[in-house]
Design a protein around this ligand. Structure first.
Ligand code: SF4
Ligand code: SF3
Length: 546
């Protein structure tokens, strides 16, 4: 195997024996083959699109789900990945037939001509992975675009499940995947495609924002309980709001409480979910703490998306895990959606009733709900605070959390920030500092949590609004510093989206991506001022904060 798509890639280079995340080499190979099949499907879909035939729902759904299933910590179930390969090959052949019947010529690429059965999947997978591209810079750029597409697929899938589906996003994804298969682009052209991926990243985050807010209302300032009650509970994790809506409806009146974990915390900020009195609070912290926190939770756990940490062999909670959508874990029950996209949680609820109530591991409250609509309602106050100097700088600290000790940097950074600085956050990165008592500035909390990683879109909307209010020509003239923590591929689409909006000098940590070749890293440094992080004290000086 060779995988270097996340921040925890072994030795900062790549996982080659087994993933640090727990992905084994055969599942990794199955994913490489699945991506090969996805490229094949996308080549035909893009050619058909060029000939005036839009991709059908099955094709769009397949490409989106398949990409999502290969995101870090989403799916460890090799069989479910292989089932997607089978399905993709049938779909690809059907599309090829459609093109042939219409007299449309198709490119001569292996992704279209290969016909293999399960017996040869393994062998084929060895030749279609990341290392198939031998030029380091081209490999780096192709993977950069691919990881952006994975993040885009994840966000689009959530929007699609709420009935918001953008044909242009599907068409772009197919086009970019076709470019990977045809392999005709120069370094320059790949760089442009990466920026274009960022533009579509903005579109997909805007679409998901629209889907979530039109369906569930605008996130608003919310105090979230982090303690527990005496009823049995269900813990729901991941990013999919459609799933939590259904779970809340189906658990109402059953005597079973619902708690959020990690990236599902921002569900509490939406008005539509506040009416459920059994929606108790957030339990625990970011994804990587789940081994301890799932054990003490005592009840069933529902994964709607990544991040899954493989349970240890002796984990008491393995039988309580349910996966859904693109996620999977061998031996865990998978909740299927019916033809209308609905899930039946009765098995989860029945199990919860047999379980003890959660053990309380924390008490108190956290505050959030500062997405663009809420912040813009406070705009006068914020602008005044900036004008008077009460707020000197905003620090965007959005992104991901992770288990590496080096991430303690972000806690220390938050603690050492002077009192006239406000943190803007989104994503699970916030758990590094959202339980510190950082206080407020004239009633404005010093940590403004916009929501999930996709709500980084809100931070961009806020920045653009401030630029307008202060009459600036360039977003980079704002008193905003970007010190972003990344882990998986959703952070890649967020990063590309920010670059496409013209944001410069983003600091990315705790380490720069292993998939950036020295050549590509140099371009990103020169053109966009991308940099890593140093020590907290060095960086506070570098950002002109101290
Ligand atoms: Fe390694 Fe990350 Fe790939 Fe997992 S996803 S195999 S940790 S690089
Ligand atoms: Fe977290 Fe996986 Fe990235 Fe959505 S849940 S931010 S790491």
């Amino acid at each position: 195997m060779f995988c270097f798509q996340c921040q925890e890639a072994a030795k900062g280079i790549a996982c080659t024996l087994k993933g640090v995340c727990g992905k084994n080499n055969t599942t990794s190979a199955a994913m490489d083959l699945l991506l090969f099949v996805v490229r094949g499907v996308s080549v035909v879909a893009d050619v058909l699109h060029d000939n005036g035939m839009k991709a059908d729902n099955e094709t769009c759904g397949f490409v989106t789900d398949a990409l999502f299933s290969t995101i870090t910590n989403a799916n460890f179930d090799e069989e479910s990945i292989l089932a997607r390969v089978d399905k993709g090959l049938v779909l690809r052949n059907r599309l090829i037939q459609k093109a042939e019947e219409a007299g449309i010529a198709l490119p001569k690429v292996d992704e279209l001509s290969w016909q293999g059965s399960r017996e040869v999947y393994k062998e084929k997978a060895q030749r279609v992975g990341v290392l198939r591209e031998t030029d380091a810079d081209l490999r780096s750029l192709k993977e950069l675009v691919l990881y952006g597409l994975k993040g885009m697929a994840a966000y689009h899938e959530h929007a699609m499940r709420l009935g918001y589906n953008d044909e242009a996003i599907h068409a772009f994804m197919n086009h970019a995947l076709r470019c990977m298969a045809e392999n005709l682009l120069s370094v320059e052209e790949w760089l442009n495609l990466a920026l274009q991926t960022g533009e579509y990243g903005v579109k997909v985050m805007a679409l998901l924002d629209k889907a979530n807010t039109e369906r569930y209302g605008y996130p608003e300032i919310t105090v979230v309980n982090i303690g527990t009650r005496q009823n049995p509970g269900i813990l729901i994790s991941g990013h999919d709001l459609h799933d939590i809506e259904e779970l809340l409806k189906q658990t109402e009146g059953t005597g079973v409480d619902v708690y959020t974990h990690s990236e599902m915390l921002p569900a509490h900020y939406y008005p539509a979910f506040k009416k459920y009195s059994h929606f108790v609070g957030n339990y625990g912290n970011a994804w990587w703490k789940q081994r301890e926190e799932f054990a003490s939770f005592n009840g069933p756990i529902v994964f709607t998306t990544n991040c899954i940490v493989p349970p240890s062999a002796t984990a008491s909670y393995k039988d309580r895990i349910f996966t859904s959508n693109s996620t999977g874990y061998p031996g865990c029950r998978h909740l299927e959606s019916d033809a209308n996209g609905k899930k039946d949680y009765s098995e989860v609820i029945a199990l919860a009733r047999q379980c003890k109530a959660p053990e309380q591991i924390e008490e108190g409250q956290i505050i959030g709900g500062f997405a663009h609509h809420q912040v813009l309602q406070l705009a006068d106050k914020v602008i005044e605070a900036v004008k008077t100097g009460a707020i000197r700088k905003f620090i965007v600290m959005a992104g991901c959390d992770g288990r590496m000790k080096s991430r303690e940097y972000y806690t220390e950074f938050a603690q050492k920030l002077p009192h006239d600085c406000v943190i803007l956050t989104a994503g699970c990165a916030k758990y590094k500092y959202n339980k510190l008592s950082l206080g407020d500035i004239d009633g404005i909390p010093r940590v403004l949590d916009a929501g999930q990683c996709n709500d980084s879109y809100s931070l961009a909307v806020i920045a653009l609004k401030l630029k307008e209010v202060f009459g600036l020509n360039d977003i980079n003239e704002l008193p905003i510093v970007y010190n972003i923590a990344w882990y998986e591929q959703k952070a890649v689409i967020v990063l590309l989206a920010l670059l496409s909006l013209g944001v410069k000098n983003i600091h990315l940590g705790p380490t720069l991506p292993a998939f950036l070749s020295p050549g590509v890293a140099k371009v990103l440094v020169e053109q966009f001022g991308i940099a890593g992080i140093g020590t907290v004290d060095e960086d506070l000086k570098l950002f002109n904060i101290l």
